[in-house]
Design a protein. Structure first.
Length: 235
């Protein structure tokens, strides 16, 4: 899938090779959650690789590159688009999950741009619950599909956080630049968007985030720490 939110395959391979050559280990969602809780703490050479939406290129492009480098990733699926043209099928998702190269979690059921604020709690809860149900039914894996969520368009607010928590999605990702540390809450976790990022910039940012001082400075610069302190601010 080619867009301003994607990385050309050759460049993605270079990113993955850079990680592998430097001994980086990619974490599962369960491992990430335990790191945030500090048991055990993060190592400087650990990353979480994520994809949103669930395009078919997860199968023919991303998975082979990950596999060649001994890495794994998490894909957050829009569950009502699985099996549609341009998106991965449930059959191929099961194969990638069985292979261990990728695990799949919720990006909501229909990926709507809901209006932020009050009055959408029931809608959000129903969307997230439906997504978790479809993941559980179609993947049939010993993984909790009601725990990990990437918010559509990377946006959320207090009421949505609470609705997701009630469904069980206690680990939630947004589109906010930053490094995940054990000091952050499990919801509104930031990510580093590497879409089309040159190898030089990718390497420079990973080197910065690999040490505690660099990660803290990065979070302060991009507002992650300030946002978490204010916390009621909408994204």
């Amino acid at each position: 899938m080619s867009s301003s939110f994607s990385t050309p395959l050759d460049l993605f391979r270079l990113h993955m090779e850079w990680l592998a050559e430097r001994g980086y280990r990619s974490l599962t969602m369960a491992e990430l959650a335990s790191r945030i809780d500090g048991a055990p703490p993060f190592a400087s050479s650990e990353v979480v690789i994520t994809f949103d939406d669930g395009y078919a290129s997860l199968d023919w492009a991303a998975a082979p590159a990950l596999r060649a480098c001994g890495l794994n990733a998490t894909a957050f699926l829009i569950t009502n688009r699985v099996d549609e043209g341009g998106y991965i099928s449930w059959k191929r998702a099961r194969c990638l999950a069985d292979d261990g190269v990728m695990e799949f979690h919720s990006h909501s059921h229909s990926h709507q741009r809901w209006k932020l604020g009050a009055g959408t709690r029931e809608t959000i809860a129903a969307e997230i619950r439906k997504s978790g149900e479809m993941l559980s039914a179609n993947l049939d894996r010993p993984i909790d599909h009601f725990k990990y969520l990437a918010w559509p368009y990377g946006r959320t607010c207090d009421e949505w956080d609470e609705a997701a928590d009630q469904v069980g999605m206690t680990t939630q990702f947004v589109v906010q630049r930053g490094a995940v540390t054990h000091r952050l809450r499990h919801n509104r976790l930031p990510r580093l968007m590497a879409d089309g990022m040159s190898l030089g910039l990718f390497a420079g940012l990973l080197n910065t985030l690999a040490n505690r001082a660099g990660a803290k400075a990065f979070n302060v610069t991009f507002g992650t720490v300030r946002r978490m302190r204010g916390y009621r601010a909408y994204l």
